[in-house]
Write a protein that binds this ligand. Structure first.
Ligand code: ADP
Ligand code: MG
Length: 152
């Protein structure tokens, strides 16, 4: 596992980091986002989508489990918040094996349906406009991404 963290002192910095990460992601990649309500998961997701060429506005999926967007590559956004430890098989493998980048907010809700290899992000509230973003990469592919981010 490769870990790292950074502190942002305003929204723009969180967005800049999402933009940087977006430049390193490839089809088939999985990024998870954990953090309390209001931490900045959706804010991060919107900036990441933009970096991946999505021009449509990204909103948290309320009625659908997964929302698909078209960017340079397909972009799949899932917010598992309302699933509350669902044991129903959601058939997610097609996304993880697919040609898009997948981002999952609240992965804790569907942990047993997610691959262990992923880039896990944990966002925490540090102050009104300050956040800490912790990264945990599992698997060579994701460890390489974090090493690259560390190099700046
Ligand atoms: P979540 O999806 O985790 O519930 P949201 O992204 O919807 O959170 O909301 C986060 C809120 O915090 C937004 O209003 C955003 O503008 C604000 N915010 C303030 N500072 C930051 C920061 N440094 N990084 C990310 N969001 C921030
Ligand atoms: Mg959200």
């Amino acid at each position: 596992m490769e870990t790292w963290h950074l502190n942002t002192i305003e929204v723009r910095e969180t967005e800049a980091f999402a933009d940087k990460l977006g430049g390193l992601l490839k089809p088939g990649d999985l990024v998870t986002l954990s953090g309390d309500l209001g931490a900045g998961k959706t804010t991060f997701t919107k900036a990441l989508a933009k970096a991946l060429g999505v021009t449509k506005n990204v909103n948290s999926p309320t009625f659908t489990i997964m929302k698909e967007y078209r960017g340079y590559v397909p972009f799949y956004h899932m917010d598992a918040y309302r699933l509350e430890d669902s044991f129903e098989d959601l058939g997610l493998d097609e996304y993880f094996e697919g040609e898009g980048v997948t981002i999952v907010e609240w992965p804790e809700m569907i942990e047993e349906q997610l691959p262990t290899e992923r880039l896990a992000l944990f966002i925490s509230y540090e102050g009104e406009t300050a956040r800490q973003i912790r990264l945990e990469a599992t698997g060579e592919r994701y460890e390489a991404i974090v090493k690259e981010l560390k190099q700046g």
